[in-house]
Write a protein that binds this ligand. Sequence first.
Ligand SMILES: Cc1cc2nc3c(=O)[nH]c(=O)nc-3n(C[C@H](O)[C@H](O)[C@H](O)COP(=O)(O)OP(=O)(O)OC[C@H]3O[C@@H](n4cnc5c(N)ncnc54)[C@H](O)[C@@H]3O)c2cc1C
Length: 457
Amino acid sequence: MTDTGSLLAEVVGPEHVLTEGSVPAEYGHDESLTAVARAPAYVVRPATAAEVSGVVAVAAAQRIPVTARGSGTGLCGACVPHADGIVLSFERMDRVLEIDTANHVAVVQPGVTLAELDRQTASSGLCYPVRPGGQSASVGGTIATNAGGMHAVRHGVTRHHVLGVEAVLASGEIVRSGGKFVKTSTGYDLTQLLVGSEGTLALVTEAVLRLKPRAGHSATVLAPFATAGEISQAVPRLLAGGLDPLALEYVDMLTMAATTAERDLALGIPEQVRRTSLGYLVVVLEERSAERLEADVEGLGEQLLTLGAADVYVLPAAAARRLIEARERAFWAAKAAGADEVVDIVVPRASLPRLLAEADVIARDSGSVITGCGHAGDGNVHLAVFQPDEDLRDSVLRRLFRAGTALGGAISGEHGIGTAKKRYFLDLEDPAKVELMRRIKHAFDPDGILNPDVLFD
Ligand SMILES: Cc1cc2nc3c(=O)[nH]c(=O)nc-3n(C[C@H](O)[C@H](O)[C@H](O)COP(=O)(O)OP(=O)(O)OC[C@H]3O[C@@H](n4cnc5c(N)ncnc54)[C@H](O)[C@@H]3O)c2cc1C
């Protein structure tokens, strides 16, 4: 073993250091369609914050880049390591430390997956409501990307549920910020600064998460519409009417066909309606009482028909569950169909019709196919771009991102920038803002060892 390998082995134990040649390929990539995979020089698997601190201290002394890794489900290449660097995998720090029912919080290690957290909170009647498609995602990864997902329309995104963190700084120091309380007015909010920082400012070694009561009754309503424009116009009106759905998803015709075919899922929609519907709204309602739910479903059905839905289907529980699973697998369906990139632009939700119309124009002009689905209630669309020519695709993406930002939106609503979208971020964001972010990065990590290839060059 090299000197560095020996120093790392002293910190975490030799069995938890993998070196060049013995590093499995999975540590070199995430699920991004375009980020270039890179094998790291070392993978280390610490078990405690003290060990994380020790690893970072070794890296800091030798100025070796460190890339944190959760479950590797990210979609923007944010955990792709530096070729000479260390992957610090949180896979052994995967415990739920406490479920505090009095304060409605969970204290967890960063490597715990959302699926495991859901399993462990179930008996308490509480839940962690953040639900990005990949339930195998880790809490640390979701904090670092500020993950969103289907339930954001009601519950908000990761940022709204992280009350406190313990984190290891680039110097190796361990700091704590926030705690089991929902408010603080005590200097800069370091907890929130770390949320969404993609492993570039500090490594989260523990998190205090806000939990919500589980609702006992839910219903899933599917509404086909003749055009995508009608759907996106219906969304702000539904919400303005007081609807408080758990999920409000838009799925275009191609994506619905691909995802339901992949899952062999028949939804009972007559052929004639299917042929004439270019898009669907999927609305999930959740209530604590069956009576309230029934009334809400009835009201929603009437509203949807008024807003132009061709019909309204209240799905049986099993079909509803499978449809949501199929929707969560839309990324895999797009990948299997040969998508070249998937983007997650966000705009004010009332501007969604204009973004989708602009995407149509860009697709036609460039001879590309742009199809998708999205968290319509959040104005966040996941567009799969089919354009194999790299230069042409670059101009398509640039035009899409410009269209989104011109509408008052942002390049990424929830997947992050990582390495895959860095050039667009650096070119299209306000330079003054990027420069301020650089200075924040420098204050946290003066030698640039934490995920140095992400966000900035
Ligand atoms: C099929 C599919 C559907 C998806 N749907 C959604 C969706 O609807 N909404 C959504 O938001 N996302 C979605 N994602 C993306 C992905 O699940 C999220 O980005 C998730 O937050 C990544 O978590 P992870 O544990 O896999 O992180 P990783 O991919 O391992 O890492 C992501 C980032 O977090 C950093 N990181 C990891 N752990 C730590 C830590 N402890 N401290 C500091 N930094 C850390 C990494 O360095 C990297 O920058 C989807 C992904 C897939 C594959």
